[in-house]
Design a protein around this ligand. Structure first.
Ligand code: ATP
Ligand code: PRP
Ligand code: MG
Length: 282
């Protein structure tokens, strides 16, 4: 039985559950369910606060977990990142009032409010800055208005929350985060249950990022055509009844698909089709 920690709320909860569902796992129907057994797949899911997940996995109580890289680093736990999941992208950034300090080097003697005291404390120390850190649970933007801090360090995705609070970003990102799969750093790397789980998640990522493309092309142009659609390994080229033509099938990045179809058409390809990939193992 593989024991997996999944965020129960916050920005990562819904996309994490959606991805697990696409990978063929059972997911909870009721947000209040805290533990869910998926016996067909020999997996047990524990729905936990995203911030606590690295603690459970780092202590070895759960085999793997899905959480944010920022929360993993902030926890200082014994867990490590083993796969990036391509959602929950954000940056951790300093911000202050428009007339405030402009650079980390000017933070000495100031107070920085954040929910990421571990990461921020280390970042300030690495920059040789002697600033105080006030640890808050959330909504840290308000700390400046209320005079608790001169600077905040918070998660920024679109920047809307900062703008609405009348704050401006200062300096370079402290870190770039996204949802990741974590496990204890000394867990055996060849656990077949973990490998199967990662293959399934990888399958979802590939199915989301690629489409299957089919087209017919004159035999003499096939080399130029497959150069446009090299696929992951090698495209399938099949004979057609009309010997002057072949059929080609290949995986293509979804974001490039329309441009590639235009280029194939210009090369003389016809009956160019793309289809969604529902699931795969690469
Ligand atoms: N707007 C956002 N876009 C993308 N990722 C985000 C966003 N806000 C938070 N995150 C990420 O989600 C993870 C958990 O943060 P989140 O704020 O969702 O949890 P929380 O604060 O514990 O929950 P809640 O906000 O519901 O109290 C972190 O890894 C963070 O980087
Ligand atoms: O750059 P944006 O797109 O505006 O997103 C960033 C905001 O989203 C998160 O807040 P959340 O809603 O989780 O509230 P919290 O601060 O209470 O966690 C985060 O803490 C920021 O405040
Ligand atoms: Mg939050």
């Amino acid at each position: 039985m593989l024991r997996i920690a999944v965020p129960n709320k916050g920005a990562l909860a819904e996309p994490a559950s959606a991805m697990l569902q696409e990978a063929g796992y059972r997911q909870r129907k009721d947000r209040r369910e805290l533990v869910l057994m998926d016996s067909d797949n020999q997996v047990e899911f524990f729905f936990l606060r995203p911030r606590d997940i690295a603690v459970y996995v780092g202590s070895g109580k759960l085999d793997i977990g899905i959480t944010g890289r920022d929360l993993l680093l902030d926890s200082g736990s014994e867990a490590e990142e083993i796969m990036q999941l391509g959602f929950g992208a954000s940056t951790l950034r300093y911000a202050t009032r428009p007339d405030g300090v402009r650079d980390v080097s000017g933070f000495s003697g100031l107070t920085v409010a954040t929910s990421f005291a571990g990461v921020v404390g280390k970042h300030l120390a690495d920059h040789g800055v002697n600033a105080s850190v006030v640890s808050l649970d959330g909504a840290v933007e308000t700390a400046i208005q209320l005079g608790v801090a001169e600077v905040i360090a918070d998660v920024v995705e679109t920047g809307t929350t900062l703008r609405q609070a009348g704050l401006e970003i200062i300096g370079e990102p402290i870190l770039r985060s996204e949802a990741v799969v974590i496990r204890r750093h000394d867990a055996p790397g060849d656990d077949p249950k973990v490998r199967q789980f990662l293959r399934r998640m990888q399958g979802v990522l590939v199915a989301r990022r690629y489409v299957m493309m089919d087209y017919d092309i004159r035999a003499e142009a096939v080399e130029r055509a497959v150069a446009l659609t090299p696929g992951l390994e090698s495209p399938t080229v099949s004979p057609l009844h009309d010997r002057g033509w072949v059929a080609v099938r290949s995986m293509v990045p979804t974001e490039d698909a329309q441009r590639i179809m235009d280029d194939l058409y210009d090369l003389g390809a016809r009956a160019i089709l793309t289809t969604t990939i529902h699931a795969c193992r690469i």
